[in-house]
Write a protein that binds this ligand. Structure first.
Ligand SMILES: C[S@@+](CC[C@H](N)C(=O)[O-])C[C@H]1O[C@@H](n2cnc3c(N)ncnc32)[C@H](O)[C@@H]1O
Length: 476
Protein backbone atom coordinates (compact mmCIF):
# COMPACT_ATOMS: atom_id res chain seq x y z
CA UNK A 1 0.00 0.00 0.00
CA UNK A 2 1.10 3.51 -0.67
CA UNK A 3 0.92 6.52 1.56
CA UNK A 4 -2.20 6.91 3.69
CA UNK A 5 -3.30 3.37 2.78
CA UNK A 6 -3.94 4.19 -0.89
CA UNK A 7 -3.29 1.34 -3.34
CA UNK A 8 0.02 1.65 -5.12
CA UNK A 9 -0.30 2.09 -8.85
CA UNK A 10 2.19 0.96 -11.46
CA UNK A 11 2.46 1.76 -15.12
CA UNK A 12 3.80 -0.81 -17.55
CA UNK A 13 3.92 0.65 -21.00
CA UNK A 14 0.54 2.30 -21.48
CA UNK A 15 -1.24 0.10 -18.98
CA UNK A 16 -1.93 0.83 -15.33
CA UNK A 17 -1.89 -1.83 -12.63
CA UNK A 18 -2.54 -1.76 -8.93
CA UNK A 19 -0.67 -3.69 -6.30
CA UNK A 20 -2.83 -6.45 -4.87
CA UNK A 21 -0.40 -8.16 -2.60
CA UNK A 22 3.24 -8.81 -2.02
CA UNK A 23 3.88 -12.49 -2.47
CA UNK A 24 7.21 -12.79 -0.72
CA UNK A 25 10.26 -10.73 -0.01
CA UNK A 26 11.03 -11.00 -3.72
CA UNK A 27 7.64 -11.00 -5.38
CA UNK A 28 4.45 -9.05 -5.74
CA UNK A 29 1.13 -9.45 -7.39
CA UNK A 30 -0.33 -6.82 -9.67
CA UNK A 31 -3.70 -6.67 -11.27
CA UNK A 32 -5.35 -4.40 -13.76
CA UNK A 33 -8.27 -2.57 -12.18
CA UNK A 34 -11.43 -4.62 -12.62
CA UNK A 35 -13.09 -2.00 -14.79
CA UNK A 36 -10.32 -2.45 -17.35
CA UNK A 37 -9.87 -6.15 -17.19
CA UNK A 38 -12.17 -8.77 -15.73
CA UNK A 39 -10.69 -11.95 -17.01
CA UNK A 40 -6.93 -11.89 -16.63
CA UNK A 41 -4.39 -11.25 -13.96
CA UNK A 42 -0.72 -10.73 -14.52
CA UNK A 43 1.68 -12.14 -12.02
CA UNK A 44 5.08 -10.54 -11.81
CA UNK A 45 7.79 -12.24 -9.92
CA UNK A 46 10.71 -10.01 -9.25
CA UNK A 47 12.19 -7.49 -6.91
CA UNK A 48 10.10 -5.10 -4.87
CA UNK A 49 8.95 -1.90 -6.54
CA UNK A 50 11.61 0.14 -4.77
CA UNK A 51 14.29 -1.57 -6.86
CA UNK A 52 12.40 -0.83 -10.06
CA UNK A 53 13.19 -4.29 -11.36
CA UNK A 54 10.76 -6.83 -12.71
CA UNK A 55 12.29 -10.19 -13.50
CA UNK A 56 9.59 -12.31 -14.98
CA UNK A 57 5.92 -11.99 -15.82
CA UNK A 58 3.14 -14.34 -16.69
CA UNK A 59 -0.45 -13.72 -17.76
CA UNK A 60 -3.01 -16.13 -16.40
CA UNK A 61 -6.69 -16.03 -17.25
CA UNK A 62 -9.02 -16.01 -14.28
CA UNK A 63 -10.89 -19.05 -15.52
CA UNK A 64 -7.64 -20.99 -15.92
CA UNK A 65 -6.62 -20.02 -12.38
CA UNK A 66 -10.05 -21.03 -11.04
CA UNK A 67 -9.68 -24.41 -12.81
CA UNK A 68 -6.29 -24.90 -11.18
CA UNK A 69 -7.73 -24.10 -7.74
CA UNK A 70 -10.64 -26.53 -8.23
CA UNK A 71 -8.30 -29.30 -9.44
CA UNK A 72 -6.03 -28.67 -6.46
CA UNK A 73 -8.87 -29.03 -3.92
CA UNK A 74 -10.28 -32.06 -5.72
CA UNK A 75 -6.92 -33.75 -5.20
CA UNK A 76 -6.14 -32.23 -1.79
CA UNK A 77 -9.49 -31.57 -0.09
CA UNK A 78 -9.16 -29.28 2.90
CA UNK A 79 -9.52 -29.53 5.79
CA UNK A 80 -8.60 -33.24 5.91
CA UNK A 81 -11.86 -35.23 5.72
CA UNK A 82 -13.40 -36.29 9.04
CA UNK A 83 -15.65 -39.28 9.72
CA UNK A 84 -16.98 -38.37 13.12
CA UNK A 85 -18.54 -35.15 14.34
CA UNK A 86 -19.52 -36.61 17.72
CA UNK A 87 -17.20 -34.41 19.79
CA UNK A 88 -18.17 -31.36 17.77
CA UNK A 89 -21.87 -32.03 18.35
CA UNK A 90 -21.32 -32.45 22.09
CA UNK A 91 -19.42 -29.15 22.29
CA UNK A 92 -22.25 -27.27 20.64
CA UNK A 93 -24.94 -28.79 22.84
CA UNK A 94 -23.86 -26.14 25.33
CA UNK A 95 -26.49 -23.40 25.28
CA UNK A 96 -24.02 -20.71 26.42
CA UNK A 97 -21.71 -21.49 23.50
CA UNK A 98 -24.55 -21.12 20.99
CA UNK A 99 -25.76 -17.85 22.51
CA UNK A 100 -22.23 -16.40 22.71
CA UNK A 101 -21.68 -17.27 19.05
CA UNK A 102 -24.98 -15.68 18.03
CA UNK A 103 -24.37 -12.40 19.86
CA UNK A 104 -20.84 -12.12 18.53
CA UNK A 105 -22.49 -11.56 15.14
CA UNK A 106 -25.80 -10.04 16.23
CA UNK A 107 -25.30 -8.11 19.49
CA UNK A 108 -28.55 -6.19 19.13
CA UNK A 109 -30.90 -9.02 18.23
CA UNK A 110 -32.81 -11.58 20.25
CA UNK A 111 -31.36 -15.08 19.89
CA UNK A 112 -32.63 -16.77 16.74
CA UNK A 113 -31.92 -20.43 16.00
CA UNK A 114 -33.75 -20.81 12.69
CA UNK A 115 -31.45 -18.76 10.50
CA UNK A 116 -30.75 -19.20 6.78
CA UNK A 117 -27.00 -19.87 6.59
CA UNK A 118 -24.68 -20.07 3.59
CA UNK A 119 -21.27 -21.73 3.96
CA UNK A 120 -19.40 -20.53 0.89
CA UNK A 121 -16.38 -22.67 -0.02
CA UNK A 122 -17.46 -25.18 2.60
CA UNK A 123 -14.61 -27.67 2.14
CA UNK A 124 -15.02 -31.16 3.52
CA UNK A 125 -17.00 -30.63 6.75
CA UNK A 126 -17.76 -27.00 7.62
CA UNK A 127 -21.33 -26.95 6.22
CA UNK A 128 -22.15 -30.25 7.96
CA UNK A 129 -20.85 -28.80 11.24
CA UNK A 130 -23.12 -25.76 10.97
CA UNK A 131 -26.13 -27.95 10.13
CA UNK A 132 -25.34 -30.16 13.12
CA UNK A 133 -24.79 -27.39 15.64
CA UNK A 134 -27.83 -25.39 14.53
CA UNK A 135 -30.52 -27.99 13.73
CA UNK A 136 -33.27 -25.37 13.39
CA UNK A 137 -31.26 -23.50 10.74
CA UNK A 138 -31.44 -24.10 7.00
CA UNK A 139 -27.85 -24.48 5.83
CA UNK A 140 -26.59 -24.34 2.24
CA UNK A 141 -23.02 -25.43 1.51
CA UNK A 142 -21.36 -24.59 -1.80
CA UNK A 143 -17.91 -25.47 -3.06
CA UNK A 144 -16.19 -25.86 -6.43
CA UNK A 145 -14.53 -29.09 -5.41
CA UNK A 146 -16.50 -32.24 -6.11
CA UNK A 147 -14.43 -34.16 -3.56
CA UNK A 148 -15.31 -31.66 -0.83
CA UNK A 149 -19.01 -31.80 -1.66
CA UNK A 150 -18.90 -35.61 -1.64
CA UNK A 151 -17.17 -35.68 1.75
CA UNK A 152 -19.79 -33.30 3.17
CA UNK A 153 -22.60 -35.35 1.63
CA UNK A 154 -21.29 -38.44 3.45
CA UNK A 155 -21.53 -36.52 6.76
CA UNK A 156 -25.03 -35.37 5.87
CA UNK A 157 -26.09 -39.01 5.39
CA UNK A 158 -24.33 -40.20 8.52
CA UNK A 159 -25.86 -37.54 10.77
CA UNK A 160 -29.22 -37.32 8.92
CA UNK A 161 -28.79 -33.60 8.35
CA UNK A 162 -32.06 -32.85 6.58
CA UNK A 163 -31.44 -29.14 7.08
CA UNK A 164 -28.35 -29.19 4.84
CA UNK A 165 -28.38 -28.57 1.11
CA UNK A 166 -25.20 -28.94 -0.96
CA UNK A 167 -24.33 -27.56 -4.37
CA UNK A 168 -21.15 -27.76 -6.39
CA UNK A 169 -21.11 -24.10 -7.32
CA UNK A 170 -18.46 -21.36 -7.41
CA UNK A 171 -19.30 -18.70 -4.85
CA UNK A 172 -18.93 -16.09 -7.57
CA UNK A 173 -22.29 -17.48 -8.81
CA UNK A 174 -24.01 -17.43 -5.40
CA UNK A 175 -26.94 -15.42 -6.81
CA UNK A 176 -27.95 -18.59 -8.72
CA UNK A 177 -29.13 -19.94 -5.36
CA UNK A 178 -31.97 -17.41 -5.68
CA UNK A 179 -32.30 -16.74 -1.97
CA UNK A 180 -30.67 -14.61 0.68
CA UNK A 181 -29.08 -15.48 4.00
CA UNK A 182 -28.99 -14.26 7.60
CA UNK A 183 -25.42 -15.41 7.96
CA UNK A 184 -22.70 -16.21 5.44
CA UNK A 185 -19.55 -18.04 6.47
CA UNK A 186 -16.63 -17.81 4.09
CA UNK A 187 -13.38 -18.77 5.77
CA UNK A 188 -10.13 -19.61 4.02
CA UNK A 189 -11.59 -19.17 0.54
CA UNK A 190 -11.55 -15.60 -0.79
CA UNK A 191 -7.74 -15.44 -0.85
CA UNK A 192 -7.73 -18.41 -3.26
CA UNK A 193 -9.96 -16.73 -5.82
CA UNK A 194 -8.47 -15.18 -8.96
CA UNK A 195 -10.74 -12.19 -8.38
CA UNK A 196 -11.68 -11.95 -4.67
CA UNK A 197 -13.64 -8.73 -5.29
CA UNK A 198 -15.97 -10.57 -7.67
CA UNK A 199 -16.40 -13.35 -5.07
CA UNK A 200 -17.13 -11.09 -2.10
CA UNK A 201 -19.43 -8.88 -4.18
CA UNK A 202 -21.45 -11.97 -5.13
CA UNK A 203 -21.76 -12.93 -1.46
CA UNK A 204 -22.78 -9.38 -0.61
CA UNK A 205 -25.66 -9.74 -3.06
CA UNK A 206 -27.09 -12.76 -1.21
CA UNK A 207 -26.70 -11.37 2.32
CA UNK A 208 -29.98 -10.20 3.87
CA UNK A 209 -30.01 -6.45 4.67
CA UNK A 210 -29.58 -7.17 8.39
CA UNK A 211 -27.41 -10.25 7.90
CA UNK A 212 -23.82 -10.85 9.00
CA UNK A 213 -20.78 -12.42 7.37
CA UNK A 214 -17.95 -14.33 8.98
CA UNK A 215 -14.90 -13.93 6.75
CA UNK A 216 -11.38 -15.22 7.19
CA UNK A 217 -8.52 -14.31 4.89
CA UNK A 218 -4.78 -14.72 5.14
CA UNK A 219 -2.69 -11.95 6.71
CA UNK A 220 0.35 -10.68 4.86
CA UNK A 221 3.13 -10.11 7.36
CA UNK A 222 2.76 -13.20 9.51
CA UNK A 223 2.84 -15.37 6.43
CA UNK A 224 6.04 -13.97 4.95
CA UNK A 225 7.88 -17.24 5.65
CA UNK A 226 5.14 -19.14 3.82
CA UNK A 227 5.40 -16.84 0.81
CA UNK A 228 9.15 -17.30 0.72
CA UNK A 229 8.69 -21.07 0.54
CA UNK A 230 5.90 -20.73 -2.05
CA UNK A 231 8.29 -18.68 -4.17
CA UNK A 232 11.00 -21.29 -3.59
CA UNK A 233 8.57 -23.99 -4.82
CA UNK A 234 7.72 -21.94 -7.91
CA UNK A 235 11.37 -21.47 -8.77
CA UNK A 236 11.90 -25.21 -8.53
CA UNK A 237 8.68 -25.71 -10.54
CA UNK A 238 7.41 -28.16 -7.93
CA UNK A 239 4.09 -29.86 -8.63
CA UNK A 240 1.71 -31.25 -6.01
CA UNK A 241 1.90 -35.00 -6.59
CA UNK A 242 2.30 -37.14 -3.47
CA UNK A 243 5.97 -37.53 -4.36
CA UNK A 244 6.41 -33.73 -4.66
CA UNK A 245 4.77 -33.22 -1.27
CA UNK A 246 6.83 -35.96 0.41
CA UNK A 247 10.01 -34.49 -1.01
CA UNK A 248 9.03 -31.00 0.08
CA UNK A 249 8.28 -32.23 3.61
CA UNK A 250 11.69 -33.96 3.68
CA UNK A 251 13.46 -30.83 2.43
CA UNK A 252 11.77 -28.74 5.11
CA UNK A 253 13.44 -30.87 7.76
CA UNK A 254 16.63 -29.09 6.72
CA UNK A 255 15.14 -25.59 7.01
CA UNK A 256 17.35 -23.33 9.13
CA UNK A 257 15.98 -22.99 12.64
CA UNK A 258 15.91 -19.20 12.34
CA UNK A 259 14.08 -19.15 8.98
CA UNK A 260 10.88 -17.01 9.14
CA UNK A 261 8.85 -20.19 8.52
CA UNK A 262 10.56 -22.28 11.20
CA UNK A 263 8.38 -21.23 14.13
CA UNK A 264 5.22 -22.04 12.20
CA UNK A 265 6.55 -25.38 11.06
CA UNK A 266 7.29 -26.31 14.63
CA UNK A 267 4.20 -24.91 16.33
CA UNK A 268 1.27 -24.94 13.96
CA UNK A 269 -0.78 -28.12 13.77
CA UNK A 270 -1.51 -27.00 10.19
CA UNK A 271 1.97 -28.04 9.19
CA UNK A 272 2.02 -31.43 10.83
CA UNK A 273 0.05 -33.05 7.99
CA UNK A 274 1.10 -33.34 4.37
CA UNK A 275 -2.27 -32.18 2.97
CA UNK A 276 -2.07 -29.08 5.14
CA UNK A 277 1.50 -28.51 4.02
CA UNK A 278 0.36 -28.72 0.39
CA UNK A 279 -2.50 -26.30 1.10
CA UNK A 280 -0.09 -23.77 2.57
CA UNK A 281 2.94 -24.11 0.32
CA UNK A 282 1.80 -25.49 -3.04
CA UNK A 283 -1.57 -23.83 -3.47
CA UNK A 284 -1.83 -22.53 -7.05
CA UNK A 285 -3.52 -19.31 -5.93
CA UNK A 286 -2.99 -17.60 -2.61
CA UNK A 287 -2.84 -13.98 -1.64
CA UNK A 288 -2.92 -12.18 1.67
CA UNK A 289 -4.23 -8.92 3.09
CA UNK A 290 -2.86 -6.35 5.47
CA UNK A 291 -5.45 -4.71 7.74
CA UNK A 292 -5.82 -1.59 5.51
CA UNK A 293 -6.07 -3.75 2.38
CA UNK A 294 -8.73 -5.87 4.04
CA UNK A 295 -10.83 -2.90 5.15
CA UNK A 296 -10.58 -1.43 1.63
CA UNK A 297 -11.58 -4.81 0.19
CA UNK A 298 -14.75 -4.85 2.33
CA UNK A 299 -15.59 -1.31 1.34
CA UNK A 300 -15.15 -2.00 -2.39
CA UNK A 301 -17.60 -4.90 -2.06
CA UNK A 302 -20.35 -2.94 -0.28
CA UNK A 303 -19.57 -4.18 3.24
CA UNK A 304 -18.60 -2.58 6.50
CA UNK A 305 -16.32 -3.93 9.20
CA UNK A 306 -18.18 -5.11 12.31
CA UNK A 307 -15.54 -6.54 14.62
CA UNK A 308 -12.69 -9.01 14.72
CA UNK A 309 -13.87 -12.45 15.75
CA UNK A 310 -11.16 -12.28 18.43
CA UNK A 311 -10.48 -8.58 18.93
CA UNK A 312 -7.88 -8.34 21.72
CA UNK A 313 -4.93 -9.13 19.42
CA UNK A 314 -5.80 -6.01 17.33
CA UNK A 315 -6.40 -3.57 20.18
CA UNK A 316 -3.64 -1.35 21.57
CA UNK A 317 -5.68 -1.26 24.80
CA UNK A 318 -4.88 -4.96 25.35
CA UNK A 319 -1.65 -6.74 26.16
CA UNK A 320 1.92 -5.52 26.22
CA UNK A 321 1.46 -2.54 23.87
CA UNK A 322 -0.90 -0.92 26.38
CA UNK A 323 2.01 -0.53 28.81
CA UNK A 324 4.49 1.05 26.38
CA UNK A 325 5.19 4.79 25.98
CA UNK A 326 3.24 4.62 22.67
CA UNK A 327 -0.03 3.74 24.34
CA UNK A 328 -1.47 7.29 24.46
CA UNK A 329 -0.44 8.00 20.87
CA UNK A 330 -2.01 4.75 19.66
CA UNK A 331 -5.24 5.52 21.51
CA UNK A 332 -5.56 8.81 19.67
CA UNK A 333 -5.59 7.14 16.26
CA UNK A 334 -8.84 6.30 14.46
CA UNK A 335 -9.90 2.70 15.05
CA UNK A 336 -8.75 1.31 11.69
CA UNK A 337 -5.34 2.97 12.11
CA UNK A 338 -5.03 1.34 15.53
CA UNK A 339 -5.67 -2.10 14.03
CA UNK A 340 -3.16 -1.47 11.24
CA UNK A 341 -0.50 -0.33 13.71
CA UNK A 342 -1.03 -3.28 16.04
CA UNK A 343 -0.80 -5.74 13.14
CA UNK A 344 2.59 -4.25 12.26
CA UNK A 345 3.73 -4.32 15.86
CA UNK A 346 2.67 -7.92 16.49
CA UNK A 347 4.20 -8.97 13.19
CA UNK A 348 3.07 -12.59 13.25
CA UNK A 349 -0.66 -12.56 12.52
CA UNK A 350 -1.40 -15.36 10.07
CA UNK A 351 -5.03 -14.69 9.28
CA UNK A 352 -7.73 -12.11 9.82
CA UNK A 353 -11.09 -13.38 10.98
CA UNK A 354 -13.85 -10.79 11.10
CA UNK A 355 -17.54 -10.00 11.13
CA UNK A 356 -18.91 -7.81 8.32
CA UNK A 357 -22.29 -6.27 7.55
CA UNK A 358 -23.96 -4.48 4.68
CA UNK A 359 -22.43 -1.02 4.43
CA UNK A 360 -25.82 0.47 3.69
CA UNK A 361 -27.88 -1.77 5.98
CA UNK A 362 -28.84 -1.70 9.62
CA UNK A 363 -25.27 -2.39 10.74
CA UNK A 364 -24.86 -4.01 14.12
CA UNK A 365 -21.28 -2.82 14.28
CA UNK A 366 -21.80 0.21 16.45
CA UNK A 367 -24.30 -1.37 18.80
CA UNK A 368 -21.74 -2.01 21.56
CA UNK A 369 -20.71 1.39 22.90
CA UNK A 370 -19.41 2.46 26.26
CA UNK A 371 -19.62 6.21 25.84
CA UNK A 372 -23.35 6.51 26.45
CA UNK A 373 -25.59 5.30 29.28
CA UNK A 374 -26.78 2.07 27.70
CA UNK A 375 -24.00 -0.22 28.94
CA UNK A 376 -25.74 -1.27 32.20
CA UNK A 377 -28.45 -2.82 29.97
CA UNK A 378 -25.99 -5.07 28.14
CA UNK A 379 -26.17 -8.75 28.92
CA UNK A 380 -22.66 -10.25 29.18
CA UNK A 381 -22.22 -13.83 27.97
CA UNK A 382 -18.91 -15.59 28.55
CA UNK A 383 -17.02 -16.78 25.52
CA UNK A 384 -16.56 -20.54 25.76
CA UNK A 385 -12.76 -20.61 25.48
CA UNK A 386 -12.29 -18.43 28.54
CA UNK A 387 -10.76 -19.66 31.78
CA UNK A 388 -10.15 -18.10 35.16
CA UNK A 389 -6.79 -18.90 36.74
CA UNK A 390 -6.30 -18.48 40.48
CA UNK A 391 -2.79 -19.89 40.96
CA UNK A 392 0.64 -18.32 40.56
CA UNK A 393 -0.93 -14.88 40.26
CA UNK A 394 0.82 -11.56 39.70
CA UNK A 395 0.96 -9.30 42.81
CA UNK A 396 -2.42 -7.77 43.72
CA UNK A 397 -4.46 -10.04 41.44
CA UNK A 398 -7.28 -12.24 42.72
CA UNK A 399 -7.44 -14.07 39.39
CA UNK A 400 -6.19 -13.92 35.83
CA UNK A 401 -8.62 -14.23 32.93
CA UNK A 402 -7.41 -15.90 29.77
CA UNK A 403 -9.06 -16.68 26.45
CA UNK A 404 -7.44 -19.90 25.26
CA UNK A 405 -8.09 -19.09 21.62
CA UNK A 406 -5.58 -16.23 21.84
CA UNK A 407 -2.15 -17.20 20.60
CA UNK A 408 -0.33 -14.20 22.11
CA UNK A 409 0.88 -14.79 25.67
CA UNK A 410 0.63 -11.10 26.64
CA UNK A 411 -3.18 -11.25 26.33
CA UNK A 412 -4.10 -12.09 29.89
CA UNK A 413 -6.23 -9.98 32.19
CA UNK A 414 -5.44 -9.77 35.93
CA UNK A 415 -8.47 -8.85 38.04
CA UNK A 416 -8.74 -7.72 41.65
CA UNK A 417 -11.08 -9.19 44.28
CA UNK A 418 -14.12 -7.06 43.39
CA UNK A 419 -13.63 -7.57 39.66
CA UNK A 420 -13.39 -11.32 40.25
CA UNK A 421 -16.74 -11.24 42.04
CA UNK A 422 -18.30 -9.30 39.18
CA UNK A 423 -16.84 -11.76 36.69
CA UNK A 424 -18.07 -14.75 38.71
CA UNK A 425 -21.56 -13.24 38.77
CA UNK A 426 -21.85 -13.33 34.96
CA UNK A 427 -24.40 -16.01 34.22
CA UNK A 428 -25.38 -15.17 30.64
CA UNK A 429 -28.83 -14.01 31.71
CA UNK A 430 -28.44 -10.98 33.96
CA UNK A 431 -27.58 -7.54 32.65
CA UNK A 432 -24.50 -5.62 33.78
CA UNK A 433 -26.77 -3.40 35.88
CA UNK A 434 -28.33 -6.41 37.59
CA UNK A 435 -24.92 -7.95 38.28
CA UNK A 436 -23.62 -4.72 39.81
CA UNK A 437 -26.84 -4.23 41.81
CA UNK A 438 -26.51 -7.74 43.26
CA UNK A 439 -23.11 -7.09 44.85
CA UNK A 440 -23.12 -5.39 48.25
CA UNK A 441 -19.40 -4.54 47.93
CA UNK A 442 -19.94 -2.15 45.03
CA UNK A 443 -19.73 1.38 46.30
CA UNK A 444 -21.51 4.42 45.01
CA UNK A 445 -19.44 6.57 42.69
CA UNK A 446 -17.63 3.64 41.14
CA UNK A 447 -19.55 3.84 37.85
CA UNK A 448 -16.54 4.80 35.72
CA UNK A 449 -14.42 1.94 37.06
CA UNK A 450 -17.26 -0.53 36.57
CA UNK A 451 -17.93 0.63 33.05
CA UNK A 452 -14.23 0.37 32.24
CA UNK A 453 -14.07 -3.12 33.71
CA UNK A 454 -16.94 -4.48 31.59
CA UNK A 455 -15.49 -2.76 28.53
CA UNK A 456 -12.14 -4.38 29.26
CA UNK A 457 -13.75 -7.81 29.61
CA UNK A 458 -15.27 -7.28 26.18
CA UNK A 459 -12.03 -5.98 24.64
CA UNK A 460 -10.13 -9.00 25.99
CA UNK A 461 -12.64 -11.42 24.41
CA UNK A 462 -13.85 -12.63 27.77
CA UNK A 463 -17.48 -11.80 26.99
CA UNK A 464 -19.75 -10.78 24.17
CA UNK A 465 -22.76 -8.62 24.89
CA UNK A 466 -26.32 -8.97 23.91
CA UNK A 467 -27.85 -5.51 23.81
CA UNK A 468 -31.28 -4.18 22.87
CA UNK A 469 -34.14 -6.66 23.25
CA UNK A 470 -31.97 -9.63 24.10
CA UNK A 471 -34.01 -10.22 27.21
CA UNK A 472 -36.70 -11.69 25.00
CA UNK A 473 -34.39 -14.40 23.70
CA UNK A 474 -35.84 -17.85 23.41
CA UNK A 475 -33.15 -20.49 23.54
CA UNK A 476 -33.92 -24.06 22.65
C1 LIG B 1 -8.89 -23.98 2.60
S1 LIG B 1 -10.41 -24.68 2.15
C2 LIG B 1 -11.47 -23.98 3.40
C3 LIG B 1 -12.69 -24.83 3.67
C4 LIG B 1 -13.66 -24.29 4.72
N1 LIG B 1 -14.17 -22.98 4.40
C5 LIG B 1 -13.04 -24.27 6.09
O1 LIG B 1 -12.73 -23.19 6.62
O2 LIG B 1 -12.85 -25.36 6.65
C6 LIG B 1 -10.88 -23.74 0.70
C7 LIG B 1 -12.13 -24.27 0.03
O3 LIG B 1 -12.60 -23.30 -0.92
C8 LIG B 1 -13.04 -23.97 -2.07
N2 LIG B 1 -13.05 -23.01 -3.20
C9 LIG B 1 -12.01 -22.50 -3.87
N3 LIG B 1 -12.45 -21.65 -4.81
C10 LIG B 1 -13.80 -21.61 -4.70
C11 LIG B 1 -14.83 -20.90 -5.38
N4 LIG B 1 -14.55 -20.06 -6.36
N5 LIG B 1 -16.11 -21.09 -5.00
C12 LIG B 1 -16.42 -21.95 -4.00
N6 LIG B 1 -15.48 -22.66 -3.35
C13 LIG B 1 -14.19 -22.48 -3.68
C14 LIG B 1 -12.04 -25.09 -2.23
O4 LIG B 1 -12.51 -26.11 -3.07
C15 LIG B 1 -11.87 -25.53 -0.78
O5 LIG B 1 -12.80 -26.52 -0.44
Amino acid sequence: MGEAGKPLRFNKGREAFRLLSIKASTGFFLEKPRSECRETSEIYTGFLPATGLVMKSQTVTHSKMADQVRAFYDKHPYPPPVNSLGDYRRRWENEGRRRADFHLFFPDRAYQADQAILVAGCGTSQAAKYALRQPEAQVVGIDVSQTSIQQTAALRRKYKLDNLELRQLPLERATELERSFDKIICTGVLHHLPNPDAGLSALHQVLKPDGAMHLMVYATYGRSGIYMLQEYARRLELGHTDQDINNFAAALMALPLDHPLARLLGESPDFQRKDALADALLNPMDRAYTVPQLLDFLERCGLTFGRWVRQAPYLPQCGALATTPHSARLNQLPRREQYAAVELFRGTMLRHSLVAYHADGSAHSESIQFDDDDWPNYKPIRLPETIRVTQKLPPGAAAVLINRSHTYPDLYLPVDALQKKLYDAIDGHRTVGEIIGGLAEVERGQQTDLRRFFQTLWQYDQVVFGSGRVGEASVK
